[in-house]
Every structure is written in C-alpha cells, then in structure tokens.
Design a binder for this molecule. Structure first.
Ligand code: SAM
Ligand code: SF4
Length: 440
C-alpha cells in the first residue's frame, strides 16, 4: 500500500488552497501527507502556468526529482494544476518521469489516477467542469501556522484579459455554496484560527443563487465578518472594473475586515489597458482608488503591474510610472510580460517589446515601487497598530511577527504574548520589508 504523499506547491494562493483540498481527498482514502520528500511514495507537484518562467522552474524541479525515482522505482510522480491542464498529455510526452497528469477540476479522481499509475499505466485527467467547487471538502491545512488560512470561495475566471492563461486552465467562473464557506470558516475559528483570506480570481463577481438564497460578495464578506469580531477577514483579488462602493461601505462597517485591498492595475496607459481587455480606463482606476481613500481612510492598496506588454511604448511605460506615483501603492507584484500560447494576445498581438527593454522598464518600475513601499512604511513610524501574532520572527525566538490590518509585517519583542493573540504595537522604525515596534 502506497502511503506517503508529498505535495509541492508553486504559484498563487489559490494553488496553496488547492493543495489542501488535494491532501484532504487523499487523506479520505488513507494516504498521509508527509513533509520529507525522501519519505514519499507519491510526489505531486501543483503547478503554475501564468508565466513561462514558472513553467521552466517546474521542468527544472522534475529534473531534480529524477534521482529519487532511480532509487525508488515504485515512486509515483504527478503533475497537477494549471500546467497539467495547459499541456495535457504533452507533459508525459515531454518527460517520461511523470506518471499522473491532473487538471484543477480533476482532483477528486486522484485516488483512481494513483491506482492506474500503480498498475503501470500513465494516468491523465484534464477535464474542466462547470460545477466543481470542492465545496464539500474540508481542506487539510498543510504547512499551517494555526492562525491564518486561505479559503477558496470561487474557481475559474470569465474575464478574458488578453495576456492571461487562467480562464483556459481553470475554466469558467463558478461560486462556491456560501453555507460550506461559512461552515469551514466557523470551524477554523473554533480550532484557533484568527484570520481567513477569501480567495477568487475576481472576488467582486462572487454570486450565489440557490435554494431561494441570493448572495453577492458584499453579503458574503459581511456574514464572514459576523462569525466573530476576533476573526480577521481578508480577500483577494479584486478587479478594478467590479469593486463597488457597496463593498467598500460594508468593509467600513466592520473593524475585523482588513484595511487592505489588492487591486491590480496592470498598466497606466489606456491604450495598453484596452489591448489587455481589462475593461477599465486609467481614469476609472483612479476613481476606484479615490473611493477607497474616501470610504476607507487608512486602507492600504497593493497592485500587480505587467511591463512590456505587446506594442508598449516609452510613453505607455511613463503612464504606468505616473499612475503608480499618483496611487502611492503600498506594495506591488511586478512582472515582465510573458506570452502564453493560446491566449488572445498570443493569437492577435505581436510580443514586440525587446527583452532588454522589458528588463529596463521592469527595473524602473521596481525601483519606483521600492521607494513608494519605503515611504508607506516610514509613514507608519510613530503610529499604533493592532497586530495579530502569527509566530516567532525568522531571526529570533525572542521576537514575534504578525501583520497590521493593512497587511504590513511587524516584528516586536515577544514579552508574554503568543501566536493567535492580538497586540497593540507602536512602530519605532522600519527596514525595507518590515516594520519594527514594541507592544504597548
Ligand atoms: N485574477 C487576478 C487579477 O485579475 O488580477 C490575478 C491573476 S494572475 C494569477 C496574477 C497576476 O499575474 C496578474 O495580475 C498579472 O499581473 C500577472 N500575469 C498574468 N498573466 C501574465 C503574463 N502573461 N505575463 C506576465 N504577467 C502575467
Ligand atoms: Fe487572468 Fe484577468 Fe481573470 Fe485575473 S481577471 S485571472 S488576470 S483573466
């Protein structure tokens, strides 16, 4: 009997949540999750396809795993998630090491795919579903701190941003039954968790209708916040075309809904936003930021930027820089455009910004964001924040670490506090990545 499963996760928070669903499906059938790859009978790699370098890393990882298979002929290796969905059978044609290929909607079939692989066959299931939400599955918390957890509230995406492979590899958007979401969160709270992050590619379009019950995202987040005032609620990702004032006002009513919004701008140029099919303009984006500042004073805003998209000129790039300055983002994820086969941009537009220019623009964006992030942290010095303790700091067990409602990491001497406590911390200084303070 094969027993130990090692799951390695790449990519976004959604993949982290998916790996926990996979662990739960396998635990039901008697498999155990292990933390030492050397002890594994089955290795599952949960993959990301969003950029080419994510896929290249995974091919590299497979190479590194090859020696384990040489030592243990019975070892089963599975590639699951977005890259499995994108490449389908080609994965096995490219690398014979892989025994199982399973897309994001095929996780319930993993036990039977493992059986097939045990019998010596290559096992593939990459069917996408219009209904699957894994709503009834109680995730096994892997690598858990016991305080913060991701909760997936929807799957797939209907947006069709021209650069993005997500709708092709994760399928159409579907929302999860609110009852199962709220039950999962209440159970997390009862077992000591104090923060949940509601996850979806576009949480603002969450919509449930069933059993005479209609619920949108504002209503779902309100019900989540009402579970307990000591439960912090975060969410990701919001879409600038869909985030509503109604949602912002709901957040304003609940202190336990965190004052942080991740709002990917992608570009500051209207021409590029149109080519990206983002369905908002620079001005629309600015008006959403203004609403956030008006309705939620003190709320932090982070973003995603893609630089070097098809036909991007120096003027377009300048517009992105000026939007970043105007918005004063507290944090940003910044990427070079990476053409993904099959997307609308790959079919219709030319990936014509030379690599050298992409790198130069990316560096300029990173440099600007570093200064904006630093300014945002310096502004916090002297202020007092409520921090949820997540554990010891990496450097020393005499220090604790946690985050402010605004999602900034704070390190402070531990005194008599522990994981899961709320403390009030005065900020006394900062480094480029963290705030430093002491409990008051
Ligand atoms: N659904 C979310 C949204 O709309 O913002 C995020 C989805 S995606 C997994 C995360 C980020 O990856 C995107 O916001 C975008 O900045 C980036 N991304 C997506 N496709 C990309 C591509 N082809 N090249 C570079 N970056 C990309
Ligand atoms: Fe991709 Fe756009 Fe959907 Fe986000 S909203 S997952 S960027 S298609």
């Amino acid at each position: 009997m094969l027993e130990n499963v090692f799951i390695e996760t790449y990519g976004c928070q959604m993949n982290v949540a998916d790996s926990e669903v996979v662990a739960s499906i396998l635990a039901e059938k008697g498999f155990k999750s292990c933390t030492d790859i050397g002890e594994a009978d089955i290795i599952l790699i949960n993959t990301c396809s969003v950029r080419d370098n994510a896929e290249q890393r995974i091919w590299g990882r497979l190479n590194a795993i090859r020696h384990l298979k040489r030592k243990n002929r019975g070892l089963i290796v599975g590639l699951i998630g977005c890259m499995a969905e994108r490449l389908k059978k080609k994965v096995i044609e490219t690398d014979q090491l892989v025994d199982i290929v399973a897309g994001p909607d095929a996780y319930r079939q993993l036990p039977s795919l493992i059986e097939e692989a045990q019998a010596g066959h290559k096992a593939v299931n990459v069917l996408l579903s219009r209904e699957e939400t894994y709503g009834d599955i109680k995730p096994v918390r892997l690598d858990a701190d016991g305080v913060t957890a991701f909760v997936s509230i929807m799957r797939g995406c209907n947006n069709m941003c021209s650069y993005c492979v997500v709708p092709y590899v994760r399928g159409a958007e579907r929302s999860r039954d609110p009852e199962s979401i709220l039950r999962e969160i209440a159970e997390l709270f009862d077992s000591g968790y104090r923060e949940v992050t509601l996850l979806g590619q576009n949480v603002d379009s969450y919509k449930w209708s069933g059993g005479g019950n209609n619920l949108d995202f504002s209503q779902l987040i309100e019900k989540t916040a009402q579970i307990d005032p000591l439960l912090r609620v975060r969410f990701s990702t919001s879409h600038p075309k869909d985030i509503s004032d109604d949602l912002l006002r709901t957040i304003a009513r609940y202190e336990n809904i965190c004052r942080h919004i991740h709002l990917p701008a992608q570009s500051g140029s209207n021409r590029i936003l149109k080519l990206m099919n983002r369905e908002y303009t620079r001005e629309d984006f600015m008006s959403r930021i203004e609403s956030i500042r008006n309705i939620l004073p003190g709320c932090s805003v982070s973003t995603d930027i893609i630089t070097g998209f098809c036909t991007e000129t120096e003027e377009d790039h300048e517009e992105t820089l000026s939007l970043m300055k105007w918005a004063g983002f507290d944090f940003a994820y910044m990427f070079k455009y990476s053409e993904r086969p099959g997307t609308r941009a790959a079919r219709r537009l030319k990936d014509d910004v030379p690599e050298k220019i992409k790198i130069k623009r990316l560096n300029e964006i990173i440099k600007l964001q570093n200064s904006l992030s630093e300014k945002s942290k310096r502004n916090d010095v002297g202020k007092v924040f409520e921090v949820l303790v997540e554990g010891f700091s990496k450097r020393s067990d005499d220090y604790l670490t946690g985050r402010t409602s605004q999602n900034k990491v704070v390190v402070f001497p531990k005194e008599d506090k522990k994981k899961g406590d709320y403390v009030r911390v005065i900020i006394e200084g900062c480094t480029s990545a963290t705030l430093k303070g002491k409990i008051i």
